[in-house]
Design a protein around this ligand. Structure first.
Ligand SMILES: Nc1ncnc2c1ncn2[C@@H]1O[C@H](COP(=O)(O)OP(=O)(O)O)[C@@H](O)[C@H]1O
Ligand SMILES: [Mg+2]
Length: 244
């Protein structure tokens, strides 16, 4: 059974139909990437899964059970964590405090146990270890992104939704973020990764889907998508990118 399956999902913002009847599935243990240009409906799809946007029609099945219409708190308790676009680190809390907040869905836990788990996160995200006690606002964009992903992992999710983790980061930091995604996958967490950086996303994914103005245009294995001229034209500047 798929871990998550979207069945003819449609999502509207008032008159605007942002997602038109898309169907896709993620199997346990997979990293699946959802690619598409700005405005294609990628974030809306993740928001629907995590209960932040209500489906207008269609269904969302988590382990075969419909979660469409549940609120965000119920969904995070089921084991779906969403790291939204744009980082959202609390500026007045330290990196460690921000990360500890991620455990809130797991019911009552001793603060010390949560702090110990946060310390384990600083082993995985070793770049931010020296900044554990630094306030959120003092962190660089890349450091904030790592804090946001670590916070998502603190929920011990069965499914991690990552929305454009590479956005606005320097190439060397992008490499680090993607190597962390590869490590998350090795540890067995299933990931649905939204990206505009098709090249990096396809390098870590098992499969990919391409959204075009709210509709699924293509799907396949990374090498199939990579060979597809339409994908390269849309995301990588066309023929010039073929040599990459
Ligand atoms: N809160 C909102 N209200 C109205 N329209 C929105 C809202 N959020 C997104 N949209 C519109 O929905 C479409 C899909 O947006 P989005 O899912 O954010 O795309 P992506 O993440 O692929 O860039 C776009 O046309 C966007 O303008
Ligand atoms: Mg988006």
């Amino acid at each position: 059974m798929s871990l998550i399956a979207l069945e003819a999902l449609t999502v509207r913002y008032g008159e605007i139909e942002a997602v038109h009847g898309i169907s896709l599935a993620v199997e346990p243990g997979e990293v699946v990437t959802l690619l598409g240009a700005n405005g294609a409906g990628k974030s809306t799809t993740l928001r629907a899964i995590s209960g932040l946007a209500e489906p207008a029609s269609g269904d969302i099945l988590f382990e075969g059970r419909s979660i469409a219409g549940l609120g965000p708190e119920a969904i995070v308790k089921l084991g779906i964590a969403h790291v939204p676009e744009g980082r959202r680190v609390f500026p007045g809390l330290t990196a460690r405090e921000n990360i500890m907040l991620g455990a809130a869905n797991r019911g009552r836990m001793a603060r010390r146990a949560i702090a110990e788990e946060a310390d384990e996160m600083f082993e995985l995200f070793s770049d931010i270890k020296p900044f554990a006690d630094a306030l959120g606002w003092t962190l660089s964009g890349g450091q904030q992104q790592m804090v946001a992903v670590a916070r998502g992992l603190m929920a011990k999710p069965r499914l991690l939704l990552l929305d454009e983790p590479s956005l606005g980061l320097a190439p060397v930091i992008v490499q680090k973020v993607f190597s962390i995604i590869a490590e998350i996958r090795r540890r067995g967490t299933t990931v649905l990764l939204v990206e505009q950086n098709a090249r990096m996303a396809l390098s870590v994914a098992d499969r990919g889907y391409v959204l075009e103005t709210g509709r699924l245009a293509l799907s396949g294995k990374p090498e199939e998508l990579w060979r597809n001229d339409d994908v390269r034209d849309a995301y990588l500047g066309g023929k010039a990118a073929k040599a990459v």
